[in-house]
Design a protein around this ligand. Structure first.
Ligand code: NDP
Length: 325
């Protein structure tokens, strides 16, 4: 049986692995088979991770984190976790292809998944003009006119990146102010290829076999209009990935895994959580890394306490027996 299994391979998971590995716990890190590296794999330039004044590409940062974790003895397995059993002293983690793993502790660092608009044609036209990842699909929109929906940092980043390929990029936002950080807003405002469509929500994605346009609704007047575009990038945030732990771990009203104060302790002993899956607010690579640190230290403390109990118990038993005689 292992000491610790880490589920998730973003900054939280790999930082937890670095700490746990350096503590001699030989962690097993289960990275997804298709989404290994987490959200930063879909990011271009990361300018705000400390230590990289010249910036670093998201995938390069993740490679460095993995290299650092493996250097200290982390075993990384690229497989999807299909189910977990978390009550009891032995935590059981089942994967798609690599079998079942057992450990005395588990850290969930499963991050979050792209939020969807929830429109009937969104799935149908996914991969046919509807995308959630500019770095993955931007190339296919050379000289096209496209729309990005959202008003946060992701939407600004996607829109700015997409201007490398597209002729024109509309940013459709349901309000008249952005949630994005000032530097990202300014960059988008200064870009000639970007045009903002304010106070508008996407209520329809049109096209038979590929996206041909959007139906927008003015959030103030309710009036509808058509926007001819060949692509739609949805950048409206993320939802924590908690499907594995439903009915096992307590969740917060935001849908994140509930933890005890500033710790990573969930409602079950030996089960810890870190990164975006516990954070509906800050959601930065640096905060996720810090959260992974906390989880590894909490797990280490938990395991040390278990060891102490296990070592003390026989001695105490013997002492009790002697006293009884
Ligand atoms: P955010 O939650 O920050 O923003 C989501 C945006 O989408 C908001 O503007 C929101 O509108 C809008 N939205 C949400 N739901 C809908 C919907 N159903 N229909 C239409 N619009 C909707 O998510 P982000 O992914 O942009 O950012 C998440 C976190 O990641 C943030 O902390 C951000 O700073 C960080 N990040 C940092 C980057 C960087 O620094 N390089 C890059 C990307 C993200 P409203 O404003 O009305 O709520």
């Amino acid at each position: 049986m292992r000491e610790i299994i880490i589920i998730g391979s973003g900054p939280a998971g790999f930082t937890a692995a670095i700490y746990a590995a350096r503590a001699g716990l030989k962690p097993l890190l289960l990275a997804s088979s298709v989404e290994a590296g987490g959200e930063l794999m879909n990011t271009t330039e990361v300018e705000n991770f400390p230590g990289f004044p010249e910036g670093i590409q998201g995938p390069a940062l993740m490679m460095k984190l993995q290299e650092q974790a493996e250097k200290f003895g982390t075993e990384v397995v690229l497989d999807d976790v299909t189910s977990v059993k978390l009550d009891g002293d032995v935590k059981v983690v089942e994967t798609g292809y690599s079998g079942t793993f057992e450990a005395r502790s588990v850290i969930f660092a499963t991050g979050s998944a792209y939020r969807k608009l929830g429109l009937p044609d969104e799935e149908r036209l996914s991969g046919r003009g509807v995308s959630w990842c500019a770095t993955c699909d931007g190339f296919f929109f050379k000289t096209k006119t496209i729309a990005v929906v959202g008003g946060g940092d992701s939407a600004m980043e996607e829109a700015t990146f997409l201007t490398r390929f597209a002729e024109k990029v509309y940013v459709v936002h349901r309000k008249d102010t952005l949630r994005a950080s000032k530097i990202m807003q300014d960059r988008a405002f200064l870009n000639d290829k970007i045009e903002f469509v304010w106070n508008s929500e996407v209520v329809g994605i049109n096209g038979e076999n590929a996206v041909e346009g959007l139906t927008l609704r003015d959030t103030r007047t309710g009036l509808q209009s058509e926007l001819p575009v060949q692509g739609l990038f949805v950048a409206i945030g993320n939802d924590p990935r908690v499907h594995l732990v439903h009915n096992q771990l307590d969740l917060t009203a935001d849908g994140t895994i509930a933890v005890d104060g500033r710790s990573s302790r969930t409602n079950l002993p030996g089960v810890f959580a870190a990164g975006d899956v516990i954070d509906a607010h800050y959601r930065q690579a640096a905060t996720a890394a810090a959260s992974g640190t906390v989880a590894a230290l909490d797990a280490e403390e938990y395991l040390a306490a278990l060891d102490q109990v296990e070592h003390e118990s026989p001695a105490k038993l013997a002492a009790d027996l002697v006293a009884a005689e």
